[in-house]
Design a protein around this ligand. Structure first.
Ligand code: SF4
Length: 202
């Protein structure tokens, strides 16, 4: 048996966090009877696959619509709301594009980014390192949320009323600042406290 490597997998951004039977069967083909799938809180499944087959497994997964991401100190795939009020109204294409631009980028410590399509129902974006909330036709950007521990905190507003292009640029800039200035294994919320929110985009 060769080395195993962990892979994060999900069905991509859509209504809810769903997988179909074909996708489940394709995943199970690459597991042995003792194998386990880890269900994370971040809409990703972790599975272990043979390292020497990684590229072909990813290709096969992608052929049935699965999305694959690295596990570790990378930007995670966007955790999204369920888009209960509709794809366009809640900005699903913007969430997809943002995910395409940032997910899987190496960072000092695992970075969680969340997206919610309206300001009423879901609040995950307030509790993530970076959170996007669609408000009417624009996007508000929050930073520094922390969902874990006794010192859990909601994020604070960094920018509001952004267009999609402004949103992509701003998020990419925040991530670049963290990548360039964060210490190895320094969580984003600690980095933000050390740096000061006002320096994130300067
Ligand atoms: S954020 Fe709004 S649109 Fe998205 S699932 Fe929650 S209530 Fe529905």
């Amino acid at each position: 048996m060769g080395n195993k490597v962990k892979l994060a997998v999900n069905g991509g951004i859509g209504f809810g966090a769903k997988l179909n039977l074909k996708q489940l069967m394709t995943i199970s083909k690459h597991m042995d009877m003792e194998g386990e799938i880890e269900l994370t809180t971040f809409q990703q499944l972790y599975i272990e696959i043979q390292e020497d087959k990684k590229d072909e497994v990813i290709k096969e997964f992608e052929s049935v619509g699965l999305k694959c991401y690295p596990v570790g100190d990378y930007v995670k795939s966007l955790r999204t709301c369920n888009f209960c009020k509709g794809e366009e109204r809640e900005g699903m294409p913007v969430a997809k594009e943002l995910n395409r631009r940032i997910a899987g980028k190496p960072v000092p410590f695992t970075l969680k980014v969340a997206y919610t399509g309206c300001p009423i129902g879901c609040g995950e974006s307030m509790l993530s390192d970076i959170g996007v909330m669609k408000y009417k036709d624009h996007y508000n950007l929050y930073v520094g949320g922390k969902a874990k521990g006794r010192d859990a905190e909601v994020g604070t507003l960094l920018r509001e009323n952004l267009t999609p292009e402004e949103l992509y640029d701003t998020v990419e800039k925040v991530i670049a600042t963290y990548t360039e200035n964060g210490k190895k294994r320094e969580p984003f919320y600690k980095f933000l406290k050390r740096l000061g929110k006002e320096h994130l985009l300067s």
